[in-house]
Ligand binder design. Sequence first.
Ligand SMILES: *[C@@H]1O[C@H](CO)[C@@H](O)[C@H](O)[C@H]1NC(C)=O
Ligand SMILES: *[C@@H]1O[C@H](CO)[C@@H](O)[C@H](O)[C@H]1NC(C)=O
Ligand SMILES: *[C@@H]1O[C@H](CO)[C@@H](O)[C@H](O)[C@H]1NC(C)=O
Ligand SMILES: *[C@@H]1O[C@H](CO)[C@@H](O)[C@H](O)[C@H]1NC(C)=O
Ligand SMILES: *[C@@H]1O[C@H](CO)[C@@H](O)[C@H](O)[C@H]1NC(C)=O
Ligand SMILES: *[C@@H]1O[C@H](CO)[C@@H](O)[C@H](O)[C@H]1NC(C)=O
Length: 495
Amino acid sequence: MSLVKSSSTDSANAFILIKQKTLSNNLNGILCKSLVFVTLILYLVYFFLSNHPCCQSSLLLFQRRIKSKQYYYNKTSHISPTNISHIVFGIAGSSNTWGNKKWYIHSWWKPNITRGYLFLDRTPNEHLPWPSSSPPFKISDDNSRYALYNKHGMPFAIRMLRVIEETFNVEHSPGVRWYVMADDDTVLLIDNLVDVLSMYDHRKYYYVGMNSECLVSNFGMSFQMAFGGAGYALSYPLAQAVAKNMDTCIKRYPFLYGSDHILQACIADLGVTITLENGFHQIDLRRDISGFLSAHPQSPFLSLHHLDLVAPIFPLMNHHEAVNHLMTAARVDQSRLLQQSTCYLTKYNWTFSVSWGYSINIYEKIHSPSFLERPLETFSEWRKGARPPYMFNVRQLTNDSCEIPHVLFFDAVDGTRLDHIVTRYTKRTPRAMTACGSSGNHSADDVSKIRVFSPMHKLHVGAGNRRECCDVVQPIGMDSMAIKLRTCMTHEIIA
Ligand SMILES: *[C@@H]1O[C@H](CO)[C@@H](O)[C@H](O)[C@H]1NC(C)=O
Ligand SMILES: *[C@@H]1O[C@H](CO)[C@@H](O)[C@H](O)[C@H]1NC(C)=O
Ligand SMILES: *[C@@H]1O[C@H](CO)[C@@H](O)[C@H](O)[C@H]1NC(C)=O
Ligand SMILES: *[C@@H]1O[C@H](CO)[C@@H](O)[C@H](O)[C@H]1NC(C)=O
Ligand SMILES: *[C@@H]1O[C@H](CO)[C@@H](O)[C@H](O)[C@H]1NC(C)=O
Ligand SMILES: *[C@@H]1O[C@H](CO)[C@@H](O)[C@H](O)[C@H]1NC(C)=O
């Protein structure tokens, strides 16, 4: 310590010497020297008599702080809450595949309400006349001048990257606060998206998105990268800076795979890092993702992707029907969609795990919330053999009937009753296992239908908020039970 100190003192002395030399060289003559002296005195007088913070009483300082806080409040209070009209969507698609993908976009796009464009590689002659229910399309600019830089595994990487620039160029009126980029097979939950984005100051530099569920994908690309299929948002100033630097950016990273990774590198060049939102889902998973959707992270549900590559999310439906079915619940209450609540029927040792608007899992044993928040591994890894396979803990499928639930899936919205929204869940296929022996052999085979009563107000989800609690009510007839969601009591534990 002392060594460092003395050497810095030495260099300080040397610096003063040099300074003095320069001064004496420059200010030859007594007149100049006295001028410097007078200036110094004047500065000292000003310093002590003015309102410089060092010389004020602490009370004055305190008042100043309060004032500046008020000023900040007044400056921000005139900003209206963010709504859907402040968001511009840029969707990357292709004419050849649009016919198969458009269902995903139509499931959330609201004509004349959602703003934005679908960027296609060529004029979609086979889809003309273009329906007003689809996002208006634009043809991507010619990218042949980048041919030298397009060494990517995905030949369309540069076209996809430039969707940001082209979206910004066609839509950048002062009313725009956010640019949300998505693929043509991304399903977005736009009410939740508005709620999430309104928590961030759109006048600052934000890159809001999420990693892949697949650990090795993040490891191979970057943990700082928002995976584009899940959708991500750029605040206005960041989108503008990215658009202005697009050319430099493309030429700088010809060795990176994929447009998302190039974008992340460019955003880092601007001194900005990712803000993770757990509700964006790239769905780098395979097979049946019902276990994942039944244990959604405690965060607003924002998107789904890759739905063509997994089983339909509801049994006995095709891919399109399944997405539209989820949207019938989303239209009633997006804030609760997929949010998990746990409650118990102690008389039978049963546990109910509700994923609102999607499923109810009944276990014939008492399981804690920390156990149930781990998804049941009904799915498999994106890359075969990748270890560890996921970014989260899972529960493995077993033949133990105490660990495997009876699954009831969302069936319909039954309207409202007693100031609650009523949703119905039914069992489509029997579990086909004997009852859990260790907790009393109480089989739930006969429970085929459950109604969930949820409050009519919006649920605040995510950091700083608790999950909702629930009660199992009217357990009279086994085949038709009810669950009531409610705010947890102040010190209530879920047990
Ligand atoms: C901020 O607004 C409050 C009332 O809304 C007002 O009393 C206060 O003087 C304002 N402060 C500034 C710095 O404008
Ligand atoms: C969104 O907010 C703006 C004010 O910034 C307002 O003029 C507009 O009517 C709002 N739009 C919707 C759809 O609520
Ligand atoms: C959107 O608005 C235009 C006029 O503003 C109208 O002609 C068109 O039918 C509307 N489209 C839909 C799907 O509501
Ligand atoms: C469960 O039992 C079946 C046969 O009844 C067997 O094929 C399967 O491998 C078992 N699964 C596990 C996870 O033990
Ligand atoms: C619940 O399970 C415990 C063992 O975990 C058992 O001792 C108890 O008798 C069971 N209760 C009922 C009502 O079956
Ligand atoms: C559950 O049933 C099995 C056989 O059907 C029996 O061996 C076991 O003792 C029962 N457990 C309880 C707690 O009743």
